[in-house]
Design a protein around this ligand. Sequence first.
Ligand code: G3H
Length: 249
Amino acid sequence: MARKFFVGGNWKCNGTTEEVKKIVTVLNEAEVPSEDVVEVVVSPPFVFLPLVKSLLRPDFHAAAQNCWVKKGGAFTGEISAEMLVNLGIDWVILGHSERRQLLNESNEFVGDKVAYALSLGLKVVACIGETLEQRESGSTIEIVAAQTKAIAFKVSNWDNVVLAYEPVWAIGTGKVATPAQAQEVHYELRKWLVSNVDAEVASKTRIIYGGSVNGANCKELAAQLDIDGFLVGGASLKPEFVDIIKSAT
Ligand code: G3H
């Protein structure tokens, strides 16, 4: 079954009001394939979400980079899923490796977050990926399967989930996974979904790749059978993000 190509731009902890406006202007002026062909979602820091949402062209969507694991309340410094819904934000990125590694988010915690965000009607980009040490020790598939299992354990409806495979060693390093390396993991993840969830979910769920994707390497990655799009960090702050969107066709 055809899976619509997905291109996410994760701006991480970057930007000023002026810079954000400039990025949005570039996106708004870009000639890209239609929404029927590619789903484009950009993810500014929380403080810029309302601004981006108000300026961004209607065929592109905004995502938060995180949200709290349950209903909001006395959780200083957190942003709740309810607040995102209230702002009209459709998407949230959860389980990014920077949060897993720097803020000790466990597989279980990420699974809970994904389930809670989905329960409020948000769409989720759920991130998984192995470290260099794990890859070199041959445990890549075991690691990403365990991360996916913790999500699958809590989630019964996968319609609003995009799975983002992001090898930690490829993030922000300029060291992109080869198309074959990425395809191998995406294939194994889809196979895992067939065996542990079901064949329909496996064939419908988009599995996107993230890690040093840029305007020059996106075409070859996009051509892989099980790569359904990208989650882009550094290059999503630059005009070349438009070329990455165009790799959908
Ligand atoms: O969320 C995006 C990923 O962390 C990739 O970041 O494209 O800067 O390597 P990068």
